[in-house]
Design a protein around this ligand. Structure first.
Ligand SMILES: [Zn+2]
Length: 293
């Protein structure tokens, strides 16, 4: 009955075809709208990320932090409406908020802070003068050898002599300029990466404090500045007794990641009062003892 009716009624056919076409048109409009939205969501964040990573340093750690701050929330999801999403003037509202979490990341090169400004004042922590890879001295810090450190060294050397060991402090105070000469020479010889492990950049040497000595044994100069010295009787004596005279072995074995320098059996640092003994007994580095970097 119905089929017959349909065939016989062109008006009904036209109406139903029109309805189908109308549904198809509405469907395609809706589909386009959906695609436009999802495309926007998936494409925009990448673009934003790229721009941001160019602005920042291009180091490896940075990108990890970025996704949380930007991307997802940037091309706002509720900014739909009828028109395809164009950039209106409102976006800046959201930009400042996402910048905030991506700060304070310090970039290091061989333990040094990249782009660190030259120091204008020396760093004291609990009264202790610090010179390490994170805490440089001003180029103008040029007080020479500390008399107390020298006196303490002489006392220690005398005690060692009584035990039959003749110590030599073959390197003590070094000025900023002299350290620069040394460091530049080592870089030229071994490259920056290697030089940074055993020689400080100018301003970062503990020798500039006037409180540090490189110590060896007289007659065994071939072992100066080598860790073989640590195996000798004199090296052992120092490791076990220096703290009694106010000195610590500044760069112990296995603490390179904390002190920033490889083990140096010959480098001793003077600390006033009982501090050297306390650090020695705690069995830690100066950085650990003071709770600094
Ligand atoms: Zn030294």
């Amino acid at each position: 009955m119905n089929r017959k009716a349909n065939r016989k009624s062109p008006i009904a056919m036209i109406v139903s075809i029109s309805i189908i076409i109308l549904i198809a048109i509405l469907g395609s409009i809706y589909y386009k709208f959906e695609v436009a939205q999802t495309e926007e969501k998936s494409v925009k964040p990448n673009e934003v990320e790229n721009v941001e990573t160019q602005n920042k340093t291009n180091e490896t750690e940075e990108p990890l932090k970025q996704p949380e701050g930007n991307g997802a929330d940037l091309p706002s999801s509720d900014k739909n409406g009828e028109k395809p999403p164009t950039n209106s003037g409102e976006q800046p509202n959201q930009q400042p908020a996402k910048e905030a979490p991506v700060t304070e990341e310090v970039e290091l090169e061989n333990g040094y802070i990249v782009g660190q400004k030259p120091a204008t004042e020396p760093t004291f922590v609990k009264g202790v003068l610090i010179a390490n890879k994170k805490n440089p001295l001003p180029a103008t810090y040029n007080k020479g050898e500390d008399p107390k450190a020298r006196a303490a060294y002489e006392k220690m050397a005398k005690a060692a002599m009584e035990d039959g060991l003749e110590l030599v402090a073959f390197s003590g105070f070094r000025s900023y300029d002299y350290q620069k000469t040394l460091y530049d020479r080592y870089v030229k010889r071994d490259g920056k990466e290697a030089a940074d492990r055993y020689s400080a950049r100018p301003g970062y040497s503990e020798h500039q404090t006037g409180l540090a000595f490189d110590i060896g044994e007289k007659g065994r100069e071939e072992l100066w500045l080598t860790n073989e010295f640590g195996q000798t009787e004199a090296g052992q004596w120092l490791a076990q007794n220096a703290h009694k005279y106010g000195f610590i072995l500044r760069y112990p074995k296995g603490k390179e990641d904390i002190t920033g320098f490889m083990h140096e059996s010959w480098h001793f640092r003077y600390l006033e009062g009982e501090l050297a003994a306390k650090v020695y007994e705690a069995g830690v580095t100066l950085e650990e003892y003071l709770g600094i970097q």
